[in-house]
Design a protein around this ligand. Structure first.
Ligand SMILES: NC(=O)C1=CN([C@@H]2O[C@H](COP(=O)(O)OP(=O)(O)OC[C@H]3O[C@@H](n4cnc5c(N)ncnc54)[C@H](O)[C@@H]3O)[C@@H](O)[C@H]2O)C=CC1
Ligand SMILES: O=C(O)CCC(=O)N[C@@H](CCC(=O)O)C(=O)O
Length: 489
């Protein structure tokens, strides 16, 4: 049976390109198959979005919001179904995918507030006229999503873009096509007009056809730093197109003088291993003081990590970690661990993949103190590198020794130490005594360096969804009393 997986101009149709499958990584079962969108279908989708743009942009913001609110209600009604679809496709436990759907629901109200606060209308009186700041949508925007939050992260671009009046061509991760399809079905049910959201599913070729299309006015991307950098090159010399890049990180978490060791270890575990380490904000590097207390924290961390429950997304009791996105990704994580050990790192907790056909890995911790030649790479999985340090300044310097700059944190009792850390660390998210994952949608979300391009998402997504227009307006004209030199009337 043909799977109609492309949503173009308000109608579902089968892809004309290569077949691809979605595999449940926890059970090693193909759960979905479809054909990718051809270049011709990408063309049709972009042109449908172009065609739909004037009418959508012309609607009042309340009319556009009414559809977004209906979508949010439908998410609520279909919460369990969507959460279970996400769990099947990503391997994440259902307790976690339920929170992802919750974040999608909350996105509409937050984006409405952000739209008004950051891109609303400002009116100022001036002699004989009024000055206005208003905002207009860009036009047709392409949205690219990653697999780790297949609902919440693309939704973080789509909702604000729609509220602002843009039309969309959505290219989800090829690893999570089913979540994308189920989500777009809810937009359809919410009454989104034909062409306002188009879904083009497929692998890299589909992504390339869309990003190269001359009729897109912007591209909002959440994904790997490699792909983001390729897109940045592709958009070089195109100041007329808006590009927002949310990419990975090699995020540091420091520990210094904590009185509650269990609370500190809990924050470390939540930072490093939630979502099986597949969050761009996850701690990848843990800096621990080389002191008696530092050793006590490390010892407890090892103990707690060894007892983390890793299991199927529907298991009862629920695990903290489910499977990674694929058996391949899990295998690569074990390889990354082994390479570090080969370079001289010491294993504190050994990461294992028991079944090479499934995405399960246990969390791993390696002590890399003093190891030479470490690459500044994001290991997108549950692998934590420990650096034992003597001086805080040296630790902060090493924490900043990365081309990335997404999230960073410190666990310490003393506020002065936090203030000092805040001042010297380079990252877009800097936390104190809290996990560095779980960023709020009510705050800007983005990184510096290789983590982004200064177009933060979440609360600031409104900024890249509309451009400001300044106007000076008077409803009649009179000749000024004093004229500029050299003018005669
Ligand atoms: N900073 C942030 O907000 C977040 C960043 N991430 C990062 O995302 C990564 C994991 O997500 P992935 O799905 O692996 O990212 P990815 O870069 O492999 O894919 C993202 C999207 O880009 C498309 N794509 C891939 N190559 C392309 C090309 N050459 N031209 C056009 N499109 C192309 C893919 O098909 C997919 O739709 C991690 O590195 C993670 O750190 C994930 C979540 C949030
Ligand atoms: O975009 C938002 O509304 C907030 C950002 C967010 O939810 N971040 C999560 C996901 C991290 C990731 O993208 O991998 C977090 O900080 O854990």
């Amino acid at each position: 049976m043909t799977n109609s997986i492309q949503f173009i101009n308000g109608a579902w149709e089968a892809g004309e390109g290569q077949k691809f499958d979605s595999v449940d990584p926890a059970r090693n079962e193909v759960i979905w198959s479809g054909e990718s969108a051809s270049a011709n279908q990408v063309e049709k989708a972009v042109m449908a979005a172009r065609e739909a743009f004037p009418e959508w942009a012309d609607k009042s913001v309340d009319e556009r919001l009414a559809i977004c609110k209906k979508f949010s209600e439908l998410l609520e009604e279909n919460k369990e179904h969507l959460a279970r679809t996400m769990a099947k496709e990503t391997g994440k436990p259902v307790w976690e995918t339920r929170t992802e759907v919750g974040a999608m629901i909350g996105k509409v109200a937050i984006s409405e507030k952000a739209y008004h606060e950051r891109t609303g209308t400002v009116e100022n009186e001036m002699p004989g006229a009024k000055a206005f700041i208003r905002h207009k949508p860009h036009g047709v925007v392409a949205v690219y999503g990653p697999y780790n939050f297949p609902g919440h992260l693309p939704n973080g671009h789509i909702v604000p873009a729609l509220i602002a009046g843009n039309t969309i061509v959505f290219k989800p991760s090829e690893l999570t096509p089913m979540v994308a399809q189920e989500t777009v079905k809810l937009w359809e049910k919410a009454g989104i007009p034909a062409g306002v959201i188009n879904l083009v599913q497929g692998e890299v070729e589909t992504g390339k056809a869309l990003s190269a299309h001359p009729q897109i006015d912007g591209l909002y991307f959440t994904g790997s730093s490699n792909t983001g950098h390729l897109l940045h090159k592709q958009f070089g010399g195109r100041p007329d197109k808006i590009l927002a890049l949310e990419m990975g990180g090699n995020n540091p978490l420091l520990v210094k003088n904590v009185s509650d060791i269990d609370a500190a270890v809990h924050n470390i575990v939540q930072s490093a291993f939630i979502t099986s380490g597949q969050r761009c904000t996850c701690a990848r590097r843990l800096f621990i003081e080389d002191s008696e207390q530092g050793r006590a924290v490390l010892e407890r961390l090892v103990e707690v990590t060894e007892n983390i429950l890793v299991d199927d997304y529907e298991a009862d009791p629920q695990p903290f970690m489910g499977a990674m996105i694929s058996a391949k990704a899990a295998g690569e994580m074990v390889d990354a661990q082994n390479e570090l050990l080969h370079k001289g790192a010491k294993s504190l907790v050994r990461m294992k993949q028991e079944d090479p056909k499934k995405g399960f890995v246990t969390p791993g911790i390696v002590d890399v103190t003093g190891v030479e030649g470490l690459e500044d790479e994001e290991h997108f999985g549950p692998l934590l590198k420990v650096y034992r340090y003597k001086e805080l300044d040296g630790a902060i310097k090493e924490a900043n020794n990365t081309r990335y700059g997404l999230s960073a944190g410190i666990l310490c009792d003393d506020e002065q130490t936090y203030r000092y850390f805040f001042k010297h660390i380079r990252a877009g998210i800097v936390n104190w005594n809290k996990p560095i994952t779980g960023a709020s949608s009510a705050a800007p979300f983005g990184g510096i360096g290789a983590s982004g391009n200064h177009r933060a998402s979440a609360y600031y997504a409104a900024d890249y969804c509309a451009y400001p227009v300044a106007s000076v307006e008077a409803d009649s004209m009179t000749l000024p009393e004093s004229l500029a030199p050299g003018l005669k009337f």
